[in-house]
Structure formats: structure tokens, C-alpha cells
Write a protein of this length. Structure first.
Length: 181
């Protein structure tokens, strides 16, 4: 039996505390991520937001924003960006579109293979840039639909995403949670 977004909405209404995704007709419960992974996502949203918001380039969301994709899946990347012209007004519902940028942050219990598959799925559906952040290896891998090989960035490297944020630069080391003495 293949479930739909309507089925997911019914389950979500009964269990609002659950984070759910719909993948190939199956409802999948998403567990909470570890503190470090969420902090990295929050830092990225803040650092991108400082650039995006005053320029009105588009919308940034975290891991709870659901996207109904062209293949009927309902997915929620850890961080998403949608260009302003694609979503002129925010909605009190899932949006039926593919984000322009999606980011997945490896949690302590995540398997890299599944994260890469999720990123590739988004890219095949129209996302232009997908990013995998791996706090265990202190790496950030950028996937683009241009056909280029994935770009692996480490401490000392600078992330740029000129497709959406011309002039914006982020030292990779700024993503890692600080250590307070």
C-alpha cells in the first residue's frame, strides 16, 4: 500500500510531536539529531541569513520545513534555501516545490550512504546545490547539478555558493561549535 501526503498529515495530526517524512509511499519517523549537528545547522542558517535577509534573496528554513517533491515524497532537509521569485509568500502548509539549495548534516547515528542518496534525490528533482556536512570528519561536501565532481572542503577552506549568494563567503571553521574555556 502506497501512502500519500494526506495520510502523513493524518498521522501528524494525531502525533504532532513526531517528525515525519514520506519516502516512496512510506511514512518514516525521523528521530531528533544530536546537539552538535543541530548547532551546526543553526550556525549555517544564521550565517546565511545575515547575507540573504537584507538582500531579500529568498527563504531559509530548518529541518522542520516540509517540501512536497515532484515524485510525491515529502522531505525535510536540515537546511533549505528557496529563491524569492520561486516562493514570493510563505505558506502555512507544506510547499510543493524543490528547494534550490538543500543541506544535510550527519548526526551521530546517521549513515552517510542514506544521506548521499537523499541529496542525490533532491538534485535529480531540481535542487541545484546539495551540501553534506560531516561533523565527525570536519568536512563539507558540495554537490552541484552542473556535473562537476563533488567538492570536499575542510578547515582552512572557504564555502562559496555563487549561484545564489554572489560575494558571500564562509570559512568552514566557522561552522564548527566553539569550545568555551
Amino acid at each position: 500500500m502506497s501512502l500519500t501526503v494526506k495520510d502523513l498529515e493524518k498521522v501528524q495530526a494525531e502525533h504532532p510531536e513526531w517528525r515525519l517524512e514520506l519516502i516512496q509511499g512510506n511514512i518514516i519517523a525521523m528521530g531528533p539529531c544530536d546537539y552538535t549537528s543541530d548547532e551546526i545547522g543553526s550556525r549555517l542558517i544564521i550565517l546565511l541569513g545575515i547575507w540573504v535577509l537584507p538582500r531579500k534573496l529568498g527563504r531559509l528554513t530548518g529541518s522542520s520545513a516540509g517540501f512536497i517533491l515532484p515524485n510525491s515524497d515529502l522531505r525535510a532537509p536540515d537546511v533549505s534555501f528557496v529563491k524569492a521569485e520561486k516562493l514570493k509568500r510563505s505558506r502555512r502548509d507544506f510547499v510543493e516545490l524543490v528547494p534550490d539549495l538543500m543541506v544535510e548534516i550527519k548526526s551521530k547515528t546517521d549513515r552517510i550512504k542514506l544521506i548521499k542518496e537523499k541529496i542525490q534525490s533532491f538534485l535529480s528533482l531540481g535542487t541545484e546545490v546539495g551540501i553534506l556536512i560531516d561533523p565527525d570528519r570536519l568536512t563539507l561536501t558540495v554537490y552541484r547539478t552542473t556535473g562537476a565532481e563533488p567538492e570536499v572542503l575542510r578547515d582552512g577552506d572557504i564555502l562559496t555558493i555563487p549561484e545564489f549568494f554572489p560575494g558571500w563567503e564562509l570559512p568552514i571553521s566557522d561552522l564548527w561549535p566553539p569550545v568555551f574555556d
